[in-house]
Write a protein that binds this ligand. Structure first.
Ligand code: ATP
Ligand code: MG
Length: 221
């Protein structure tokens, strides 16, 4: 029962997030995908611009188009900043095996992996499925984190393991080439703040929700 997990601020969720999850889902033939909005982004000093409730609602609307996707509020319910280490530990505690979890991360976010809480131990709690993001090539990651070169593989070479807790079973860093659209939440907030259109940048239900609640209007990023 392979599970893809995509965490993010989702402030708001957009078509780039969806494309990254779809790319991982297809490349690794994942059984299901879980979207997890984070409580306080540990790598961003500034707070999310809309309430966790709105971010959770938008994420749920984005997942509605995909029958095997779900949304989890585990990070929103936990006190303090959301660390991937704690989230993966919680998923494993719920019965998921590390070798069945694929933590989906954009190349920009993974480039900072050495600064994450409990690095490098966090890498042992799941496979990491890294999806290219416009502006950051997967090749540049090999230079950025040379220590992880021996863990890196491609979806074609990746061999799923049978469930086992043998210490020799290393979780992998799987590099997924995909042309995800050049969209960021920052740009969407900028556009909404400036009264510009966000047509085509977020799923339709999310666009309707943002317009209905007048989110991000009058904010400066
Ligand atoms: P912000 O501009 O506020 O930082 P963002 O668009 O980067 O927002 P996040 O919520 O920070 O979105 O990203 C969550 C995860 O999704 C990260 O792993 C990020 O790398 C990945 N991601 C976001 N947009 C894309 C994209 N266009 N292509 C591939 N991965 C993406
Ligand atoms: Mg980001």
């Amino acid at each position: 029962m392979t599970l893809g997990v995509l965490g993010g601020t989702f402030d708001p969720i957009h078509c780039g997030h969806v494309a990254a999850a779809v790319a991982a889902e297809r490349a690794l033939k994942l059984r299901s995908v879980m979207l997890i909005p984070s409580r306080l982004p540990p790598h961003r000093p500034e707070q999310a611009r809309v309430s966790p409730m709105h971010r959770l609602a938008m994420t749920t609307l984005a997942a509605a188009d995909h029958p095997s996707w779900s949304v989890s509020d585990i990070e929103l319910k936990r006190d303090g900043p959301s660390y991937t280490f704690d989230t993966l530990t919680e998923l494993i505690g719920q019965g998921h095996h590390a070798s069945q979890i694929f933590f989906i991360t954009g190349a920009d976010a993974f480039a900072e992996i050495a600064t994450w809480s409990r690095y490098p131990a966090v890498l042992d709690l799941a496979h990491f499925a890294i999806v290219a993001r416009p502006g950051i090539t997967l090749d540049s990651l090999k230079k950025r984190v040379p220590d992880l070169a021996d863990r890196m593989t491609t979806p074609e070479s990746f061999k799923p393991q049978v469930k086992s807790s043998s210490p020799s079973d290393k979780t992998r860093v799987i590099l997924i080439e995909a042309a995800t659209p050049d969209i960021s939440s920052t740009e969407i907030r900028r556009r909404l703040g400036a009264g510009e259109s966000i047509a085509g940048l977020v799923p339709d239900f999310v666009a309707t929700y943002i317009a209905h609640h007048r989110l991000y209007v009058g904010t400066n990023l």
